[in-house]
Write a protein that binds this ligand. Structure first.
Ligand code: NDP
Length: 291
């Protein structure tokens, strides 16, 4: 058996086409969706991510602004920028590129973003809404993972789902989304004993550990849907996931490649959340969107 490859690039492309139509409609109604991206310091990987987000915005009809602060910026400077963006009616989404330099506590920065503009879905209020089953902004990578799973046609209700990794950005929110979809969820982490014992039971296996090839073929249930979130660099500089891709191809029912799986979905969902935010803003102004 050879697993079906879930083509995240193609799925993201389709979604971006849908977002573009919604952005065009908003622009025609005089509400130009706007995203502000804040980057502190000159981490090369972060700079690439920010450039990609700005380019994706342009293609989707979203206005974007990049706000670059020096790497030695103090908390007060970052919070002052966020306050200004919170008050800017032309900005519907604010994203702070992570990781931040060591002197800046991410929680303090994220908590300052207005929950109504938190298109990354990481503000405690938005995470709380997700926990309560009434999400307002779903974090982008977990939202993208759920879109990928939709394309398998699997009925998640009643399935065994195992998530490896418990970060606030990926593991915990995706576990909540799977739970809300009716799966029986196990959340594993670095203290989990006998990881393979759990992963082998998984009909849906989400791997977000950040450890190259840590999930071998023998850890995968035959026919499972395997979502590989990991982005790791090999000694030769190539990108690789958390799953042994070749072994998963031979054993799983579905597998996402790295690159070209979850990555493109993360940006697509960011655009989607920004448009959603702009639509909410338009509705609050009394603008009819469905005319
Ligand atoms: P974190 O480092 O924040 O979290 C990693 C998690 O994996 C932790 O919960 C950790 O457990 C767990 N873990 C680490 N080692 C093991 C192990 N051997 N067995 C079981 N669990 C383990 O990472 P993120 O969640 O931010 O990211 C995970 C990966 O996904 C990274 O490679 C990252 O680059 C990638 N990523 C990709 C995105 C995309 O768009 N494709 C977006 C975001 C992330 P503990 O909590 O106990 O330490």
């Amino acid at each position: 058996m050879s697993a079906h490859i879930i083509d995240g690039k193609q799925i993201a492309q389709r979604l971006r086409g849908e977002w573009k139509q919604r952005a065009d409609r908003l622009n025609a109604l005089g509400v130009s969706p706007g995203l502000a991206v804040v980057i502190v310091g000159d981490d090369p990987a972060s700079q690439v991510y920010v450039r990609n987000k700005i380019k994706a915005c342009r293609e989707a009809g979203i206005r974007s602004e990049e706000h670059a602060l020096p790497g030695d910026s103090g908390l007060a400077a970052v919070l002052a920028l966020i306050d200004r963006l919170n008050a800017d009616a032309g900005i519907h989404g604010i994203l702070v590129q992570l990781p931040l330099p060591a002197q800046l506590a991410p929680a303090a920065v994220i908590e300052r973003i207005s929950p109504d503009k938190d298109v990354d879905g990481l503000h405690p209020r938005n995470l709380g809404s997700l926990l309560a089953g009434q999400p307002r902004f779903v974090p982008c990578t977990p939202a993208g993972i759920m879109e990928l799973l939709k394309t398998t046609g699997l009925e998640l209700r009643g399935l065994e789902a195992v998530v490896v990794g418990r970060s606030n950005i990926v593991g915990k929110p995706v576990a909540l989304l799977l739970l809300q979809a009716g799966a029986t969820v196990t959340l594993c982490h670095s203290q989990t004993r006998e990881l393979a014992h759990h992963t082998r039971r998984a009909d849906v296996l989400v791997c977000a550990l950040g450890k190259a090839q840590a999930i071998g073929g023998e850890m995968i249930k035959a026919g499972a849907a395997v979502i590989d979130v990991g982005i790791n660099r090999t000694a030769e500089g190539k990108l690789t996931g958390d799953v042994d891709y070749g072994a998963a191809l031979a054993r799983a029912g579905w597998i996402t490649p790295v690159p070209g799986g979850v990555g493109p979905m993360t940006i697509a969902m960011l655009l989607g959340n920004t448009i959603l935010s702009a639509e909410r803003h338009a509705a609050a102004l009394g603008i009819q969107l469905d005319s």
